[in-house]
Design a protein around this ligand. Structure first.
Ligand code: C2E
Ligand code: MG
Ligand code: MG
Ligand code: MG
Length: 286
């Protein structure tokens, strides 16, 4: 492979030259054309109230059904988009689409994942306000999910940004709680409205298991600090029952529904909310 260097010099690499890097460059170019051609899609996973069994919220999750090239999962291309800056248009695409899709769904809350790079962008707050205005989506129904990596690197800025969003009426969730090093002190000072317990904490979650004590501790901690708790990755009735007993407010996972097109979520809301007994099997069993 041949590559033109910075000064126009030709550098020759051996074939092993990061196949990974070449692949990343390909994906980077494809993200660009994918955005132009409208290839990206947004799916929605239901979030269930642990006590009523009603669908109370939904998380927007980006999807990229590439024509011939096969599926890339978000973790693969989001990371590249973060490195190239393409996460900014990609993230705004998801936000706008999700506000339009979920807007008509009664008072369902909407959760949108936000990358650290977006959250760090000084223009982000204004862009979010603009999308809310354009789509007439009520700020009070929108939640932004952030992971702790960024928080630890820029605590002051993060706290300020979180305050500004909360002043606009949005809520902020700490995503993937339990996978990193968030200290109790940080949990207190950031002012999250929600925490989402990572699915890795639910592995081997059975009655009396070590996992159950860990999860119960995490739930108590968050609730003691006035945060609502969502568990994600709930796949079994046993997990759901344990989480509910431990005081978890909301449940999200394949047990209740995989991420799905908006039309399917709409159908699920139509039959699943209100009377539990008429909902889909997973809801009925709660
Ligand atoms: P996340 O925000 O923690 O989202 C939850 C992930 O867990 C989703 O994976 C979802 O499909 C998966 N999941 C939900 N329930 C279950 C379950 O019961 N079992 C299992 N095994 N998995 C479950 P997905 O859609 O592949 O997304 C992966 C990650 O990519 C997300 O993790 C989020 O960090 C990121 N991501 C997705 N969409 C966006 C986006 O629009 N913007 C940004 N910045 N990141 C996104
Ligand atoms: Mg999330
Ligand atoms: Mg998560
Ligand atoms: Mg994650």
């Amino acid at each position: 492979h041949v590559k033109t260097g910075k000064k126009g010099k030709i550098a020759v690499y051996d074939a092993a030259l990061d196949r990974g890097r070449l692949r990343r460059m390909e994906i980077e170019a494809e993200i660009g054309t994918g955005l132009d051609k409208g290839e990206f899609d947004v799916f929605y996973q239901p979030v269930i109230d642990a006590h009523s069994g009603q669908i109370v919220a939904t998380e927007a999750l980006i999807r990229w059904p590439r024509r011939a090239a096969g599926v890339l999962v978000p973790q693969q291309f989001i990371e590249i988009a973060e490195a190239t800056g393409q996460i900014h248009p990609l993230g705004m695409f998801v936000l706008e689409r999700a506000c339009r899709d979920v807007g008509p769904l009664g008072d369902l809350s909407l959760s949108v994942n936000v990358s650290p790079a977006q959250f760090r962008d000084p223009g982000f707050l204004r862009q979010v306000a603009h999308v809310l205005e354009q789509t007439r989506f009520p700020a009070g129904r929108l939640q932004l999910e952030i992971t702790e990596g960024y928080l630890l690197s820029q605590p002051e800025t993060a706290i300020r940004t979180i305050r500004s969003f909360k002043a606009m009426g949005l809520s902020i969730a700490l995503d993937d709680f339990g996978t990193g090093f968030t200290s109790i002190h940080y949990l207190r000072t950031y002012g999250f409205s929600h925490v989402k317990i990572d699915k890795s904490l639910l592995v081997d979650l059975g009655p009396g298991s070590k996992a159950s004590f860990l999860v119960a501790g995490a739930i108590n901690l968050a609730r003691g600090l006035d945060m609502e708790v969502t568990a994600e990755g709930v796949e079994t009735h046993e997990q759901a029952a344990l989480l509910r007993a431990a005081g978890c407010d909301r449940l999200q996972g394949f047990l209740f529904g995989r991420p799905m097109p908006i039309a399917d979520l709409r159908a699920m809301c139509a039959q699943g909310t209100g009377d539990l007994r008429q909902g889909p099997p997973a809801l009925r069993a709660l």
